[in-house]
Every structure is written in C-alpha cells, then in structure tokens.
Design a protein around this ligand. Structure first.
Ligand code: WT7
Length: 659
C-alpha cells in the first residue's frame, strides 16, 4: 500500500495509481506547461482563461502592463463569478448535485444542491439590490462558517458588489476599522456564531462597531443562526436576512463586469501600520482559484472536497467559496472546531462524508497529533479514512515530523500531500506540488505552479545559487495577483514591487532556499515583522500599537515572535508599564488584563502568549529598540549579540523572567 520512498532522501514519489488518473500525471507534463508559460506567457494564460471560464463577452487583450505595477488581465472581457460558479454548473447538468455539505457545530448536516444554492444566492442578490446596493459598492460580511456565509459572498459577486469578509474572531474595533476603510454601505452578519459548543454574539459586536463613526452603513442584514432572543434590531437599519430573502424572486440576472472589477477586499497584516485591504480582481482571480483546484487538488467530478479554513481568510475565499464551486465540486463546509466534541472530529467527518480531498493547516495537524497519541479512540486509525486520496497543507511550513504523521496516519501512506505555499496577496497557490507529478519531500513546498515565475534572489535582485538562502520573489505578475491596496496604491507599490528590484519583481515577504540537487523551494519564514500564529497572520507593530493604546497602563511595548511547537510561532510582548515593574501575582494579573485588552482591540487571535515586564526596553544609544536581542530572549537563547551599545544592560535579566 505504501508509496515508494527513497530512504536516503525521504522522497515520496506519486503513487502510480494516482499519477495515471491525474490531470497532470508526470514531471514531463508539468515541465511542458512551464515551458509553454516561459515561451508565450500571455498566450499561456489567455488560452487557460478561454478554456476554463465562461465569458459573456470574450476579452481581446490578455495582459496589459502599461502602468506597472498595476497590471491588468483580460480587461475588456465581461464575466460574472457567480454565473460561473452556479448557472454554468446547472447548465452542465449539475443542478441536483450537492454543492455544499454543511455540518453544524452540533453535528447537524444540511446538503445544498447547485440549484438550491443558486436560488438562495439570487434571492439574497435581489435583497441587496432592493436595499440599494449597487455595482462597486462595498459590503462587509461578518458571518460564521455557514451556507449563508457562502451565499452572502456569491450574492455580492452576482451584482458586482465588492465584499470584504471579516473573520468572526475579530473585535468590534477591528470590524469598525474595516467598515470605515472600505466605506461599506451594508453589513451582513448573524445573530450568533456557534463554535465548540459556545456562542459568540456577532450581531452585538457588529452593533458595537457601528455605534461609532460608520456613517456609510445604511443596512445590516442579520442571518438568524441561533435565533437568540438576546438580539435587538435597530429599526430602519437592521433586517432579518432569511425573511427578506423569502420575499424576493429567485431569479437574478448576473451583473456582467469587467474581468478587472474588484471581486473582494480582504484585510491582512503587513509589517507596518494598519492591516491593508488586499484588492482582488474578478477574471484573473477566478481563473487561478479554479485552475489550482484542477491541478493542485486534481479535482474530479466524483470528489468530496474539504477545506477546513474559515471564509474570513483567503483560503476560505479561494478554496471554499469560489474555486470548488467554479469546478462544480461537492464540498464540505464546517461550522465548528477540530476539537469539539473531541479531537477526533475531523476524522469522524471524513469517515461520515467520505471526503476524498482534505486540506488543512499544520497547526491543526500538530494539535491533533498530541490528542491522538494520548487517546486511541480519537486516533485517525480508529476511523475509516479510506475515501481519502489526497491531502493538503497550507498557511505555514509543515515540519517533516507532522508531515510524516499526516501522511501515514491520515493518508494511510497512499495519499500525496500538497504543501501549498501562497498568500492573501497571491489569490491562489504559488509554489506547490502537483500530486500526480511531483515527487514529494517533507517540509518542502517543492516547485512553482505552472506559470508562476518564482525565484530566490539577493538584495540586488540577482538569483542566488541553489542551496543558498535568499529573498523569495516572483518575476512576472500572474492573473490572480492582488491589484492594489484599497485606497493606497502607493503602499501597494512600495510593499510588493519595491525599487530594490527596479519595481519589476513581486516581493513575497518570505525567505526561501532551493535544494542544491532538485531546485525544490523551502520557505524559511517571513523576512519582515509579520508573525504567523496558527496560520494566522499578525503584524508585530499592530499588536504593539494595541498594547500602547492602553494608555492607563502601558508606556512602551515591543512584540516579537518565538517558535512554538503547536502554533508555529507564538506572540511574545515586552512591556514597560507606567507604574513600577510588577512581579508575582500582580504581574500575572496585569498580563491577563493586557491580553484581554489586545483581544478587545484586535481579536483573541492576537493575544500575546508571553508577556514580560521591564523597567525599560533594550535600546541602542540612538534609541532604537534592539529587536534581534528581544527575539533571542523570547526564544530563551543565550544573548550572543553585541550588547555594548545597550543603554541599560541590567534589564536583560528582567526581560528573561517569565510572568
Ligand atoms: C504567509 C501568507 C494563503 C494561505 C493562508 C495564509 C506563510 C503560507 C505556507 C506554506 C510555508 C507558508 C508564508 C506566507 N505560508 N503557506 N505552505 N509553507 N509558509 O495566507 O495569511 O496571507 O499568509 O503564510 O509566510 O507569506 P496569509
């Protein structure tokens, strides 16, 4: 049963049975695609866009780079994403096929066919129109994982409104910032979110967000998830979403938009300032969301696809709402968490729904390994996972030990693992194995997706030799690349097409190294001040400003990451208070207050794991915080850096002390 492995190198070749049925079944087939892209870049993508998308009006020009780095793809083509995801599938005869298999937190299962999904999307689209939402207007979606969350996104796409989904774990303050930055005219939310047996009052949080300085919002639609009687409706603003849908027609002609029309904005953390609104296009984005389903996930009509991400992240956009539906797939949508009612939930769901492709994050795998090894009943081997044929990993590097466990225990040694490297900005996979072609090496995301000109370069933009670490760039723009930072084109230019590389290369923000023999890429981590905690992206500056905004307590704060066995990285905050440095119980209590403060400012995902107090922070004589030093301290390493320029060496001992 086991896939052939070469023990010296740990290479896992594609099983012959997989390769023989795969869309791309050999390295020769992979190389042929790469060569086509090399020799005729625009032709390569143009042909794919004609083959895989249904256009109302075909485009006449594939690629426009006349205003670098604001690239355009298929611009004069007219298209609608929801038409491609729904009507086209029904026209292909898939009306009665299950589009979504929704499993609620409490285990209740609802199936929604393509016809039923279109009915819901059209009704909601008509509600939006009736409430005055127009093409190009922004709509904030603050929803739990649900059929209705997918419907809300698709309904926006249907009328050409640009959605911005805000993850349900973000605070009122974060939600308000996104409402303000987008100038949204509508918020779609739910009364409550159910996760792990607990309720989170989304509507109340949205009320709090809207209570201050959000004049653009005229309407709030509320999906009754729990029908909680705690929810108050503000007359003239708030409406019961399902009741409104029931009154609307189930027919809604799609709004045909330019391929360049902004489908969505999604906020993500950068190294400086507030999160930026990553703006994605319609045609180029959909093309690669679909193509990566077909090539990376080798999707077949009979597959049951399950991506465990939340629609609040880009993974949930590309691999729940858009990619699978654009292929006419059946997919699982899960409301809950992997550890409720116990840490066997994922395996139980794979067994019950006969999932064939499973895509999750290394953090989830690592936490489930611990649980499974402690309790046989929830070990994957206690479940029938024989339906699985392919596994995927996303969001952070997967360490070889977790990879091997996943491969053996979940994949039964027979399922390839696609370790997909990509980003909110990239829209779709950038570097990833193709499971029928690429020999796998645990811990490496292997080779670029066909057409992605990824490279590792030095500061001058010159390729570094294989085996040498460097800066990960992509040398040509690709169709699903973000188009700009919403409202801040300068920031887009500076962050992603910096002058260091003459504005020619896309800067991913990660470091990488290529294997000296195979050229395989291994991501070595972010090169900027962005942390990756459980696959969630956080800016250190963002957390620092949240801490110092607690003006009563905090004088100064510095945040760094340190490695963590389960969450990948953990947030470590060094804080100087406006009062004498606390110790013991007092320190623990203040640390908790600060954690809750950060949760309120940003969201629980940004809570620092470690908080340490000092009389001040280590600074150079010119007043710069010595972050490298703080990183060593956070890791518990001996300080080897030169501390001779340190103003106050004595505080190092204080900062080493954990609260
Ligand atoms: C950052 C992007 C788009 C996926 C969800 C995260 C890290 C992502 C991998 C991987 C190593 C990875 C990178 C990247 N990352 N996937 N397979 N191996 N690192 O999207 O929040 O925009 O974060 O996640 O550091 O830059 P995101």
């Amino acid at each position: 049963m086991n896939a052939p492995t070469t023990p010296q190198t740990g290479i896992v070749n594609p099983p012959a049975a997989f390769a023989s049925q795969a869309a791309i079944g050999s390295m020769d087939a992979y190389r042929a695609l790469c060569e086509r892209a090399e020799s005729d870049y625009a032709g390569f993508w143009g042909d794919l866009a004609r083959e895989h998308l249904v256009w109302k009006q075909p485009f006449t020009k594939t690629f426009d780079d006349s205003n670098k780095p604001f690239f355009k793809w298929f611009e004069d083509g007219l298209i609608n994403v929801s038409h491609n995801c729904l009507d086209v599938q029904i026209e292909r005869g898939l009306g009665n096929k299950a589009a979504l298999i929704f499993e609620a937190d409490d285990g209740a299962v609802t199936e929604v066919t393509y016809s039923q999904l279109l009915d819901k999307v059209a009704r909601l689209a008509n509600v939006l129109k009736a409430k005055g939402v127009q093409k190009g207007d922004r709509v904030i979606i603050y929803m739990p994982m649900s059929v209705e969350g997918v419907v809300a996104m698709q309904a926006c796409a249907r009328i050409g409104a640009t959605h911005s989904v805000v993850f349900g774990g973000f605070s009122a303050q974060s939600l308000r910032e996104r409402i303000q930055d987008t100038g949204a005219v509508m918020v779609i939310t739910a009364d409550e979110q159910r996760r792990g047996g607990k309720s989170l009052p989304l509507k109340a949080i949205a009320d709090e967000a809207l209570a201050k300085d959000c004049p653009s919002v005229r309407t709030m639609l509320v999906y009754k998830r729990t029908a909680s009687d705690q929810v108050a409706y503000q007359a003239g603003r708030d409406l019961d979403m399902l009741a409104e849908m029931a009154q609307q027609s189930a027919v809604c002609e799609p709004e045909w938009v330019s391929a360049e029309h902004p489908l969505f904005l999604l906020y993500t953390s950068g190294s400086t300032g507030k999160p930026k609104g990553v703006q994605h296009s319609t045609g180029g984005y959909l093309l690669q969301a679909k193509l990566s389903m077909l090539w990376t996930f080798d999707l077949k009509p009979s597959d049951v696809f399950w991506c465990t991400a939340d629609i609040g992240w880009v993974t949930g956009h590309s691999y729940i709402t858009y990619g699978p539906l654009a292929c006419g797939a059946t997919e699982i949508v899960f409301e809950g968490i992997p550890t409720y009612p116990n840490a066997g939930r994922f395996w139980d769901m794979i067994q019950r729904h006969k999932a064939t492709i499973f895509y999750t994050a290394p953090t989830a795998i690592r936490s489930l390994i611990k649980a499974a090894e402690a309790d046989e009943k929830i070990h994957p081997r206690s479940f029938d996972l024989s339906s699985l044929r392919l596994l995927g990993s996303v969001g952070e590097p997967i360490n070889p030990a977790a990879w091997t466990w996943y491969h053996e225990n979940v994949g039964g040694g027979r399922c390839p693992i696609v370790d997909t490297f990509w980003q909110t900005e990239s829209g779709a996979h950038l570097i990833t194995p193709l499971p029928g072609a690429t020999p796998l090496v645990p811990g490496s995301c292997t080779l670029p997706f066909p057409g992605i000109m990824a490279a590792v370069v030095d500061e001058t933009g010159k390729d570094v030799p294989w085996g040498q670490g460097g800066i990960l760039v992509v040398k040509k723009p690709w169709p699903s690349l973000m188009r700009t930072v919403w409202g801040d084109p300068e920031r887009f230019k500076k962050s992603y097409f910096p002058e260091d590389f003459k504005g020619e290369f896309y800067l991913a923000g990660d470091g990488a190294v290529r294997d000296p023999d195979t050229g395989y890429f291994t991501i070595t981590g972010r090169m900027d001040d962005v942390l990756n905690v459980s696959g969630h992206r956080m800016g250190t500056m963002e957390i620092e400003s949240a801490l110092v905004s607690c003006t009563e307590l905090v004088a100064e704060a510095a945040v760094v990451g340190r490695p963590d066995d389960t969450t990948g990285e953990a947030i470590c905050a060094f804080v100087v208070l406006k009062r004498p440095r606390p110790t013991g119980d007092e320190a623990r209590q203040i640390a908790n207050e600060l954690r809750n403060w950060v949760a309120k400012e940003i969201g629980p995902i940004a809570k620092p794991k470690d908080i340490r107090f000092g009389d001040n922070l280590p600074k150079t004589r010119s007043g710069k915080i010595m972050r490298r030093l703080l990183r060593s301290i956070a890791r518990g390493e001996a300080v080897t850096q030169d501390t001779s320029t340190l103003e106050n060496p004595a505080i190092l001992d204080q900062l080493t002390e954990r609260v």
